[in-house]
Ligand binder design. Structure first.
Ligand code: UD1
Ligand code: CA
Length: 478
């Protein structure tokens, strides 16, 4: 049920200079979801009446991502006045003028803060009747963060930014997480009074805390249960730290749900992937995007699956697959490359050094070795010999190859598309198939073999090959 007294403002307008990236910071992925997506998911869990996101830097890309992840969100543009205070001021203007509930402010770059911790914060805020409740954290290294300044009695006085702090303030180890709950009227009255006279020339949201205290309002700061929950992502070192932390939690969750993970340190599972009981993941495996793996499948080592569907008891070893469907009991690899549109049916095989693209391979059909199959449909129970290649591209367009059921292709066949091989047909070794093969036919395209007797002894006299040939000839006549 939605909470009509709660609005969320997500800040995502900052430039993110410390990332040194052409991509907006909040669009960098963590477990396969952009940073901002984690924050929006948390906002959704809190069932706020309204979610507002403030954008500016890379605004088109950022707002498109926000609206894709959360179509009901309202996107507001920040103007040229910089700072988190200005961002919230503009976000607030998207709320009805008479909204007098609570405004939860979240940073788009703090991805691991969970809804449980935040509902605790909102509860505390409502219990104490404070004008503002800050989510703080006790840390060992406060560098870069705003510090919570309390009086000797413990009352919160203000927040001082790292760049504006004096030596005493720098020693404070209670930091501002960037998550707060404000009474909407308190924000409305104080934000217009915040200036930009500070080290960064920005309109700081954090200045509202000092102003509210000066106005005699109650401010609370509640430390998060664990400091890592509120760690911001400002550079790529922090991005990797957050990614490892989140991955460890995801891996643990799947282990408790019945998945064997041999080496959690080298196994990466994206947030949107799902795994059934008795799935086994070997070292170096990345289950990415919206991949689903059914019961009993064994994946890895050294395998990446992006947006794939894997059936029960399938095995995939040392391979890379994107947008592929792998049937129950099928086997892939080692060293296979499955590109989008690959559909391997139940019990099928895509073996060693095989690349497939837009390839529908029927039940029990096998492509065991050294092949490229693109734009192909193969029936059931067919075997493609080693080195089978579809020549699907004539440098103008792609063409399709259709291979029936129970076909037996020889080694090193080339299928020059468009071409069709009928059910039960057989193709000789080395054949280049340019014409359709009717069902049940044997297709042979290589010229008959001719042996020139004694060629080596005559043309390569004195070589090891000629000696070997002459010895063999003597032995044969003995
Ligand atoms: C901010 C807090 C700091 C806190 C830290 C926690 C302020 C002034 N400082 O610092 O006290 O310890 O977060 O992580 O608020 N943003 C805008 N518009 C802007 C500037 C920033 O929307 O004009 C957004 C950013 O996109 C980001 C968030 O606000 O999502 C925080 O901005 P950032 O510049 O990272 O602030 P910090 O220096 O980390
Ligand atoms: Ca930050």
């Amino acid at each position: 049920m939605t909470d009509p007294r709660l609005a969320v403002i997500v800040l995502a307008a900052g430039e993110g200079t410390r990332m040194r990236s052409s991509r907006a910071k909040v669009l960098h992925p963590l477990a396969g979801v952009p940073l901002i997506g984690h924050v929006l998911a948390t906002a959704r869990e809190l069932s706020a009446a309204q979610v507002i996101a403030v954008v500016r830097h890379e605004r088109d890309a950022v707002s498109a991502a926000i609206l894709e992840l959360m179509p009901e969100a309202v996107v507001v543009d920040q103007d040229q006045v910089p700072g988190t205070g200005r961002a919230v001021e503009l976000g607030l203007s998207a709320l009805p003028d008479d909204f007098d509930g609570d405004v939860l402010v979240l940073s788009g770059d703090v991805p691991l803060l969970d809804a449980g911790t935040l509902s605790g914060l909102i509860e505390a805020h409502r219990r104490t009747g404070a004008a503002a409740t800050v989510l703080s954290a006790m840390v060992d290294d406060a560098r870069g963060y705003g510090r919570i300044v309390r009086d000797p009695g413990g009352a919160v006085l203000r927040i001082v930014e790292d760049k504006d702090a004096g030596p005493d303030e720098l020693a404070i180890l209670e930091i501002n997480s960037g998550g707060y709950v404000f009474a909407a009227p308190a924000l409305r009255s104080e934000l217009p009074r915040v200036g930009t006279g500070n080290a960064q020339g920005e309109k700081y949201l954090t200045d509202v805390i000092g102003l509210l205290h000066a106005a005699g309002q109650l401010i609370e700061a509640v430390p998060a249960p664990e400091p890592w929950m509120v760690e911001g992502v400002n550079d790529r070192v922090q991005l990797a730290v957050a990614a490892a932390r989140l991955n460890a939690m995801i891996v643990r969750g799947w282990q408790l749900a019945g998945v064997t993970v041999q080496d959690p340190a080298t196994t990466w599972i994206d947030l949107r992937s799902s795994l059934a009981e008795d799935v086994e993941l070997l070292p170096g495996t990345h289950i990415a995007g919206a991949t689903s793996v059914a019961r009993g499948a064994r994946i890895g080592p050294q395998t990446t699956l992006l947006d794939c569907e894997v059936g029960e008891n399938a095995t995939i070893s040392r391979s890379d697959a994107t947008l592929a469907v792998i049937g129950a009991g099928a086997s892939v690899g080692p060293f296979a490359y499955l590109r989008p549109g690959t559909e391997l049916s139940d019990g099928g095989k895509i073996g060693t050094f095989v690349e497939t693209k837009n390839a529908k391979i029927g039940a029990g059909s096998k492509v065991p070795h050294l092949s490229y199959l693109g734009d192909v449909t193969i029936g059931e129970g067919t075997n493609i010999g080693a080195g089978g290649i579809t020549a699907n591209y004539d440098d103008i367009a792609k063409h399709a190859t259709t291979i029936g059921s129970h076909v037996h292709s020889g080694v090193h066949n080339v299928f020059v598309a468009p071409v069709t091989i009928g059910d039960g047909a057989k193709v000789g070794a080395g054949a280049v198939i340019r014409k359709d093969v009717p069902p049940g036919a044997l297709a042979i395209s290589v010229a008959p073999q001719r042996n020139v007797e004694g060629w080596t002894e005559k043309n390569r006299a004195g070589t090891a090959a000629a000696d070997a040939a002459s010895r063999a000839a003597t032995e044969a006549t003995d």
